[in-house]
Design a protein around this ligand. Sequence first.
Ligand code: TXA
Ligand code: MG
Length: 343
Amino acid sequence: MMVDVTTKIIGNGPAAAAEAARCLREGGLVAFPTETVYGLGADATHPEAVARLYRAKGRPSFNPLIAHVPDLAAAERIALFNPLARHLAEAFWPGPLTLVLPKAPGCAVAELATAGLDTVAVRIPAHPLAQAILRALGRPVVAPSANRSGHVSPTTAAHVAGDLSGRIDLIVDGGPVAVGVESTIVGCVREPVLLRPGGLPRATMERLIGRPLARVAATALDTAAERPAAPGMLASHYAPRAAVRLDATAVTPGEALLAFGPAPIAGSERAAIMLNLSERGSLTEAAANLFGHLRALDAARPRAIAVMPVPHDDLGEAINDRLRRAAAPRDTAVSQVTVQDVP
Ligand code: TXA
Ligand code: MG
């Protein structure tokens, strides 16, 4: 296990991208902000760095990673784009969209990072610091969310430090992220399918492609490999310590309240602690607040966290997806899967 590594934290100064790229080039693990959540980066072409990344997160090695690149030319060196994938890429990159595509011949992403699949997940992040790091390195960077496997994703550098201090080399603090939920993942191998709702709303993509996107069930198996189609989407993920109770219409004693909108529910005044995702009912604001509020409520050690209903449209699909996972029974948690020794 990788413990007792000294984790350096640097600000978003003029030399930050160069320092991050140098560390990545040497096989280091670097956490940096993207517009969705903080990512934990490793040089995607460096098998040992990728192996360290799985260990630092405690992530099962059958769960593949997203390769981050700065532009479409770099994306085309690792993945094959059909016309629809290209259409989506041109419309929404850089941005909170990940495409799962067939690997290009000579794809430099390490086998371990794609868990031996013949597809690769690719994303061009919009955050200027992420862009600068990718350009300075000149190689793809695999970056899962920078949290311990099964925990709530980080939206600030402090969240990253809380989960991963002593296990990674560098944290670049670029302030709180803008979007707050992970990228939307679309499989574009054959017909386009929604593998994970996220920061790019489904309706925005459906308007562009002129047809509905089928949602592949989180439990659907990739029959060839007997692996989950989007393995990170297994049951309980994004789990706080406290139990999570959804669609609450009243607060019971000892519960914390995660509110949404202007109207309080019965018993709000006796909540152990209350935070509102968005008092004015904005789903964009709610997404940005979601993971930070879950962490803050959990830190107060309530008996449970009661969550008010959140509408399902727009970013609400991703918010409700993450809340459902936070509330899922813990006995199926990814965090309890035995972490395999990675080569
Ligand atoms: O917003 C994001 O996507 C963030 C930032 C850092 O970019 N990253 C992120 O990575 O959320 P992670 O590792 O937490 O989630 C990646 C998801 C997992 O559910 C994984 O199973 C899925 O992508 N995935 C990766 N490669 C895949 C592939 N070839 N086929 C299907 N799913 C894949
Ligand atoms: Mg994650």
